[in-house]
Ligand binder design. Structure first.
Ligand code: NAD
Length: 248
């Protein structure tokens, strides 16, 4: 029997990038997975690939900034798998814009998806968590700590996620729910390619990272499954900075 056999992991923003790597890692360890994403084409493909290679995976199209869609996704998850054990709050967007370039609409969009979406996601699955004594893991960002990497809206939304995570950890810890955050800095995904579009800009970036490489989505997936496992149950309410030693 594998480590997570019989368990169910819901991962938002898992059609691609870090979320996809996380869903794959849970499936490799035996969990059934739910791919929640607004990208129908990539999400369907990811769920099919995971089902074919590892364990059953379903795709549900959801925009995490829409709480009604998350509530109906919850019903579909329960109908398919009966409950959930792990909730990975990962969906996010970023723009590397300076303050005077950020329109009010763009500010609202980033806060809506990254922060409000995190709250809606946890709220939608709240009852399942308290029943199953599950684990909630937020994928946030080192930018909440350093103020770099995205724009003011991005760092603010990620700092907001840290506040949400900390509050939930106080509230749900006594109910047996383990809550933590993983804060990556630079991970090789579409978001990174968008923020650092040239080979030269990525080469400059590597010079700032003591371990000498840009992180991979699998690095974050490895930390996430560790935080989901029983070995890490005394780590609670923490922000695990995953940055190759760059920040401190
Ligand atoms: N890549 C990095 O360097 C990096 C660094 C720090 C933090 N992060 C965080 O990691 C998380 C994943 O980022 P990534 O690099 O894999 O990004 P990505 O762009 O590769 O993937 C993001 C996924 O989220 C989905 N998504 C976006 N908005 C959504 C919405 N409203 N509803 C549902 N799904 C939505 C996208 O369709 C996509 O599948 C994000 O929260 C991001 O802020 C990434």
């Amino acid at each position: 029997m594998k480590k997570f056999t019989g368990k169910v992991a819901v991962v938002t923003g898992s059609a691609k990038g870090i979320g996809k790597a996380i869903a794959e890692k849970f499936a490799i360890l035996g969990a059934k997975t739910v791919i929640l994403d607004f990208d129908e084409v990539a999400g369907t493909k990811t769920a099919q690939e995971i089902t074919k290679r590892y364990e059953e995976s379903i795709f549900i199209q959801v925009d995490v900034s829409n709480s009604d869609e998350l509530m109906s996704a919850r019903k579909k998850v329960l109908a398919s798998f009966g409950g959930i054990d792990f909730l990975i709050v990962n969906a996010g967007i970023s723009y590397r814009h300076e303050l005077n370039e950020i329109s009010v609409e763009e500010w609202k969009q980033v806060i809506d998806i990254n922060l409000n979406g995190s709250f809606y996601t946890v709220k939608a699955f709240y009852e399942e968590f308290t029943r199953n004594q599950g684990k909630i893991i937020f994928i946030t960002s080192g930018s909440a700590i350093t103020g770099t990497g995205g724009g003011a809206h991005y760092a603010s939304s990620k700092a907001g996620q840290h506040g949400l995570m900390r509050t939930i950890s106080k509230e749900l810890g006594p109910k047996g729910v383990n809550v933590n955050a993983v804060a990556p800095r630079v991970i090789q995904t579409d978001i990174l390619d968008q923020l650092y579009p040239t080979t030269e800009s990525q080469r400059e970036l590597v010079k700032k990272i003591p371990i000498g490489r840009i992180g991979q989505a699998e690095d974050i997936a490895n930390i996430t499954v560790f935080l989901a496992g029983p070995e890490s149950s005394y780590i609670h309410g923490q922000i695990i900075l995953a940055d190759g030693g760059r920040t401190y």
